[in-house]
Design a protein around this ligand. Structure first.
Ligand code: UDP
Ligand code: MG
Length: 316
C-alpha cells in the first residue's frame, strides 16, 4: 500500500451506472485537464455499478488504449455511495478525487482542487452554486434537505456539497474504517476533522442519459442522510407526542366543561373524526421514524459487505 501511494499521485474515482454516452467525453476532458495539473502520475478508476448498457465495454475499450484507466465491476447495482466506497477502498493515489460520470462535476475544477490540496488542505470539497439549468424541484428539494438535515444532524453539512471532492490519503485511510451500511459520505466527511476547505462551482447539465435519482430515491436518500448521522429525530417524535398529548388533555378538559355546564354536548362529531385522523397520522409518522432506525439496526447487524466485485483491473 505504502509504495503504491508514493507511485500514484492522484486517483480519480468515478461511480458509473448506465453512463455509456458520457464515458468517452469524460475521459477526454479528464486527460486534457490532467495535463494542466502538476501531478506526476494519475489513475482513473471507473466503478461500474451494475450498468446494463455498454458502460463497461466503453471503459474496457479505454483501458486497452490507456492503462491509467482502471475499473472495478460490481456484481450488481449497489448504489452510488457504495460504488464510491469501492473506488475509495481501491484507489492508490496520495490524493483521491471522486466525481460523477455525467460531467455535471466539471473536470476543469480539478486543478483548483489539486492546488488547495498541495497548499496543505486534506479535504477539498466543492459547493454547488445552482444556476437556471437545475430544475426548480431539484433546487428546492435539495435546499430543504440541507435545511432539515442541518437542523437534525449533530454535524452541520454545508448546503450544496456533493460527492465531488479531493481527499488526502490520510482521510481515505480514515474512511476505510467506516464499514457502516447506509453509507452517507457527505455527512461523514465533515465530521472527520482534518483541514477542510470548500470551493464553489456551477454544475453543468448532464451530457447524456438521465438522472438515476428519481424523486422517491431522493426522498430515501434524504431520510437516510438524516437518520445516519443523528438520533435527534427519535427525540423529535417524543416532543411532538408530548405536544399533542398536552393538546388532547386541554381539549379533554374543555369537553368535560361543555358536557357538565352547557347543553351543547354531542355536536362536534367532525372535530372528533378530524382529531382522530390527525393524531393517527402523527402516530404513523412517529412509528415510521422509529422503524427507520430499527431497519438500519437490522441491516447493520447482519454486517454484510457493502459491495461485491465481479472483476477488477487496477494494474498499470
Ligand atoms: N450512480 C451509481 N449508482 C447508482 C446511481 C448512480 O454509480 O445506483 C452514479 C451515476 O452514474 C453518476 C453518479 O452516480 O456518475 C451520480 O448519479 P446521477 O447523475 O444520476 O445523480 P444526480 O446528479 O442526478 O444527483
Ligand atoms: Mg448527475
Amino acid at each position: 500500500m505504502e509504495q503504491h501511494s508514493q507511485q500514484i499521485e492522484l486517483s480519480v474515482v468515478i461511480p458509473t451506472c448506465n453512463e455509456e454516452g458520457n464515458i468517452f467525453a469524460m475521459y477526454e476532458r479528464l486527460v486534457a485537464v490532467m495535463a494542466q495539473c502538476s501531478c506526476s502520475k494519475f489513475e482513473f478508476i471507473f466503478v461500474d455499478d451494475g450498468s446494463s448498457d455498454a458502460s463497461l465495454s466503453r471503459i474496457q475499450e479505454l483501458r486497452a488504449k490507456d492503462s491509467r484507466v482502471k475499473f472495478i465491476q460490481l456484481s450488481r447495482n449497489f448504489g452510488h455511495q457504495n460504488a464510491l466506497k469501492a473506488g475509495l477502498d481501491h484507489a492508490q493515489g496520495a490524493g483521491v478525487i471522486s466525481m460523477d460520470a455525467d460531467l455535471q462535476h466539471p473536470p476543469e475544477l480539478i486543478p483548483t482542487l489539486v492546488e488547495k490540496w498541495k497548499a496543505g488542505f486534506e479535504v477539498v470539497y466543492t459547493i454547488r452554486k445552482d444556476d437556471q439549468k437545475v430544475p426548480l424541484l431539484k433546487k428546492w428539494t435539495s435546499k430543504g434537505f440541507y435545511k432539515i438535515t442541518n437542523k437534525l444532524a449533530e454535524i452541520p453539512m454545508e448546503e450544496g456539497t456533493a460527492d465531488f471532492r479531493l481527499l488526502d490519503r490520510k482521510v481515505v485511510e480514515a474512511l476505510k474504517k467506516f464499514t457502516e451500511s447506509h453509507l452517507f459520505l457527505r455527512g461523514i466527511i465533515p465530521s472527520l476533522g482534518f483541514k477542510q476547505i470548500g470551493i464553489p462551482y456551477v454544475p453543468h447539465a448532464r451530457v447524456s442519459g438521465t438522472t438515476k435519482y428519481s424523486f422517491s430515491k431522493m426522498l430515501r436518500f434524504a431520510l437516510n442522510g438524516i437518520t445516519s448521522s443523528s438520533a435527534k429525530p427519535l427525540y423529535f417524535s417524543i416532543y411532538v407526542g408530548l405536544f399533542f398529548a398536552a393538546l388532547a388533555f386541554l381539549y379533554g378538559i374543555y369537553a368535560i366543561y361543555i358536557a357538565a355546564f352547557t347543553h351543547e354536548a354531542i355536536t362536534g362529531w367532525t372535530s372528533i373524526i378530524a382529531s382522530i385522523l390527525f393524531i393517527g397520522g402523527i402516530q404513523l409518522i412517529m412509528i415510521g421514524i422509529v422503524g427507520i432506525y430499527l431497519g438500519k439496526l437490522f441491516i447493520q447487524s447482519k454486517n454484510r459487505p457493502l459491495y461485491l466485485i465481479t472483476e477488477k483491473e487496477l494494474d498499470e
